[in-house]
Structure formats: structure tokens, C-alpha cells
Design a protein around this ligand. Structure first.
Ligand code: GLY
Ligand code: MN
Ligand code: MN
Length: 298
């Protein structure tokens, strides 16, 4: 027999036993989403490959005089052509000093000779996101100052990727990036003083003001807890996270070497933690400065 209609069910003598409490299953489901299955990893690899191909095409296409939205359109038409549903989040296309604005999405500026272009764009493929950032010279050659900042961010990025291993905590990764970047900023004259003191006083935050990365999956900023009892969560095989340090030097900053003013660099990869170490899902798009210059010269 079909269930009694709601109005009948409310009569005391016919009412079925109804649940008295509602438990939000989110905390259980969210934890289930943290460790990716082999099938999920396959989909995430495809999402990463699609975005990587689009980033490579953007590097080849960029020219002084273009608009940021032309690059945005190029990336997103490639996403669709390769089978993605579209961008996994609003693409960030920041030329010159626009790269120093963290969530810049106007994407209507001009690409100028001698400046950098920061692209943060990822694809959504069958429900799974990728999230890639690359920063490259619009005319195909980094200036000396751009290269110094770029190589420092790359040093931090690569040494953090290397630490995406079972047992490393999210806080350890962030601390490591702060240490590498702070020491480098002292070397370049962006900060002055003892690195340990500067870190204690969080002086790096003027130039590095966001987290090192986040878990990635169905959502770009995926679900799952980062802390348990105030203790930073350790990575496990099956976790996919982004590693995305950056340096952002506001053009109005006082008392720093002026060649660095207006430079913004972020480098972001999607990394699967495995029992044998990190597996970079997004390694089909170059991040070494010489490799990028070589690709752009073609
Ligand atoms: N694109 C968003 C992020 O990098 O977190
Ligand atoms: Mn990200
Ligand atoms: Mn991103």
C-alpha cells in the first residue's frame, strides 16, 4: 500500500514513527571525499591534462597588445573543445601589476611588452576540478628582476611539492614555504633582518599573504578538515592538494629595490600524495623559466 498522505500521517493513530533528530551527514561525506579512488584520480588527471594543454596554448598565443580577456576566451574554448564542462572557477588573467591583486577577475587589461602575465585557470571535467597557475613574460623573455622573483617562487614551490608525502602536515608545508621565501626575500633586499625574526613577526605577509594550498576534488577548494583537535592534518596517500606559493609586490611599496615593484608571481600545481611520494598531475605545462622561454620562442 502506498504511504498515507502527509495530512493522514499526522493523525496520531496512523502516524508512522518519524525521525526525531536530523543528523547532518556532511562531516561523514566530506571525510569520504578526502581520499580519492583510482577512478577519481583518473578523472582528475584528465581535468589537469585539459587545463595544462590550454595553459601551453596561452603561452604560445600571448603577445604585447592583446587583452587579458582574449587569453581568457582562448583558455576556455580549449577547455570545452577537450571535453571539459568549462572553467572550474572564474579564471584569473592578470597582466603586469594586475598579477599582484589576489582575486583579480576583471580580465580587461592590456598585455604589455616587458611585463608578466599570471594565469590561474583550471577545468572541470566530469565533476572534478583542476587548478593551475603559471606566470610568464608577455614578450617571451623574463627580465633579470622578474627572473629573480620567479626563481625564488619556483624554489619554494618545488621544495614544497617534494614534501607532499604521507605524514607531512599542512602546517609543515606552509612553514616550509615561508622559510624559503623569507630567506630569498632577504637575499633580494625585499626584507631586511634576521629571517627567523622576520618569520616570527610575519613580515613575509606583506608579499606572501595566502595559504600554501588546499585540497582539490569535486570542489576547487575541496571539503575535508585541515585540523583535528587543533593539530594540523597529515597528508595520506590519495589526498590531492594544490601547491601554490607566490610573491606579490604592490607597485606602491616603499623602501624596496624599485626593479621589483609591480611584479606578481604565483606557480600552482595539483599534486597527488602517494605512498611513494608526490605525483604532479599538472606537469604537462612547463614551469621552469628556461623551458617556458623555449616554448614561447617557437
Ligand atoms: N584558483 C583558486 C585558487 O588557486 O585557490
Ligand atoms: Mn588553488
Ligand atoms: Mn588557482
Amino acid at each position: 500500500m502506498a504511504d498515507a498522505p502527509e495530512w493522514k500521517a499526522r493523525r496520531a493513530n496512523t502516524a508512522p514513527t518519524k525521525p526525531q533528530t536530523i543528523i547532518d551527514p556532511a562531516t561523514i561525506v566530506h571525510e569520504m571525499r578526502v581520499l580519492k579512488s583510482a577512478e577519481e584520480i583518473e578523472l582528475m588527471q584528465r581535468a589537469a591534462d585539459i587545463a595544462a594543454e590550454a595553459h601551453v596554448e596561452a603561452m604560445k598565443a600571448a603577445r604585447p597588445g592583446m587583452k587579458e580577456y582574449e587569453i581568457e576566451a582562448l583558455l576556455e574554448q580549449i577547455f570545452r573543445r577537450l571535453g571539459a564542462a568549462g572553467p572550474a572557477y572564474t579564471s584569473i588573467i592578470g597582466a603586469g601589476a594586475n598579477a599582484t591583486i589576489l582575486h583579480y577577475i576583471n580580465n580587461d587589461g592590456e598585455l604589455r611588452d616587458g611585463e608578466l602575465l599570471l594565469i590561474d585557470a583550471g577545468a572541470e571535467y566530469r565533476g572534478y576540478a583542476s587548478d593551475i597557475t603559471r606566470t610568464f613574460p608577455i614578450n617571451g623573455r623574463y627580465t633579470k628582476a622578474q627572473r629573480e622573483i620567479y626563481d625564488l617562487v619556483l624554489e619554494a614551490q618545488m621544495s614544497c611539492v617534494e614534501k607532499v608525502r604521507p605524514g607531512t602536515t599542512h602546517d609543515q608545508l606552509k612553514s616550509h614555504s615561508i622559510e624559503v621565501l623569507t630567506k630569498g626575500m632577504v637575499r633580494l633586499g625585499l626584507l631586511t633582518g634576521d629571517p627567523a625574526e622576520l618569520i616570527k613577526e610575519k613580515k613575509y605577509e606583506q608579499f606572501y599573504m595566502h595559504g600554501l594550498g588546499h585540497m582539490l576534488g569535486i570542489d576547487v577548494h575541496d571539503v575535508g578538515r585541515y585540523y583535528y583537535d587543533k593539530k594540523s592534518r597529515a597528508l595520506e596517500p590519495g589526498v590531492v592538494m594544490t601547491v601554490e606559493p607566490g610573491l606579490y609586490i604592490n607597485p606602491n611599496t616603499k623602501d624596496i629595490p624599485e626593479q621589483y615593484l609591480g611584479i606578481g608571481v604565483r606557480i600552482e600545481d595539483d599534486v597527488l600524495c602517494t605512498a611513494n611520494g608526490p605525483r604532479v598531475l599538472t606537469n604537462k605545462v612547463p614551469k621552469n623559466a628556461e623551458e617556458i622561454e623555449k616554448l614561447m620562442a617557437r
